[in-house]
Design a protein around this ligand. Structure first.
Ligand code: IPE
Ligand code: IPE
Ligand code: MG
Length: 254
């Protein structure tokens, strides 16, 4: 892919003044529909996943262009191990390829990469690539790109519960010290703000175990487009629609 000339910086989100809310700062995307995209063209599912990586590159560029501070993408779920081993291997190969081919460019663009998910069960070389990407970009101050990989919302909460149970057993905390902030700080997504908007492509109407904790009050949008066909305009339209939403958080609203 060609190099973009601009660093991807947050903070240029549309401001209010037109009666609409400010644009979302953190958008999360369930990148779904790769298989159907390929099937519709008589291609193997792997081709859909490959095109999905191109769509991810476009989405990252679009986030920079539209002034978002944070993008979280769901790239492999803890449930995706149920797929045929060959497809799982394709998805792992694509993560390897993405990190190897895009890491330096993303670093130059000031993008901070984080990879929330379960590490257990991942191959050694994948673990090394994850560490390299996260360490290299940790000090960057532009767009934060969270690639949720081997991620599941339930597994994330179970892992957090174990950490807290251990802390109680070792006498570092008391059960009554546990509050939302403390539990939140044990999660793989700790350090991220809650997503303002969760988008899912491919027309499916479910969360499939994505961001169960931090997405509690996210606005949800479901797009008919399959992920490999996702373009800048889809994100721009979703942001426009978000700005018209009335977020109440249990209160009575504006
Ligand atoms: C999303 O596309 C990619 C992953 C879940 C890893 P799918 O592979 O789920 O595509 P469909 O839903 O079968 O079309
Ligand atoms: C969710 O998509 C997981 C990712 C996009 C990585 P799936 O395609 O796995 O979800 P289900 O099985 O349709 O719920
Ligand atoms: Mg799917």
């Amino acid at each position: 892919m060609s190099q973009t000339p601009f660093p991807i910086q947050p903070g240029a989100a549309p401001k209010t003044g037109d009666g609409l809310r400010a644009g979302p700062d953190h958008v999360a995307i369930i990148m779904d529909g790769n298989g159907r995209w390929a099937q519709a063209r008589g291609l193997p599912r792997a081709m859909g996943h490959r095109e999905g990586v191109e769509a991810l590159r476009r989405a990252v560029e679009a986030c920079g262009d539209l002034g978002l501070g944070e993008l979280t993408v769901f790239s492999f779920s803890t449930e995706n191990w149920k797929r045929p081993p060959q497809e799982v291997e394709t998805l792992f190969d694509l993560l390897r390829m993405f990190v190897r081919s895009d890491l330096q460019r993303l670093h130059r663009q000031n993008v901070r990469i984080r990879i929330p998910g379960e590490r257990e069960g991942l191959a050694g070389d994948i673990l090394e690539l994850i560490e390299e990407a996260v360490d290299l970009t940790a000090g960057n101050s532009g767009l934060t790109l969270n690639i949720a990989f081997n991620y599941g919302g339930r597994a994330e909460l179970v892992d957090g519960a174990r950490k807290l149970a251990l802390a109680v057993r070792e006498g570092r905390i008391r059960p009554e010290d546990i509050d939302e902030a403390m539990l939140g700080s044990t999660l793989w997504t700790a350090g991220s703000r809650a997503p303002d908007l969760i988008l899912r492509t491919s027309g499916e109407l479910r969360l499939s175990n994505f961001l169960l904790w931090s997405g509690a009050y996210a606005e949800l949008m479901f797009l008919e487009v399959n992920w490999p066909d996702f373009e800048h305009r889809h994100l721009a339209q979703a942001i426009e629609a978000y700005r018209r939403r009335d977020r109440r958080f249990g209160g009575v609203g504006a």
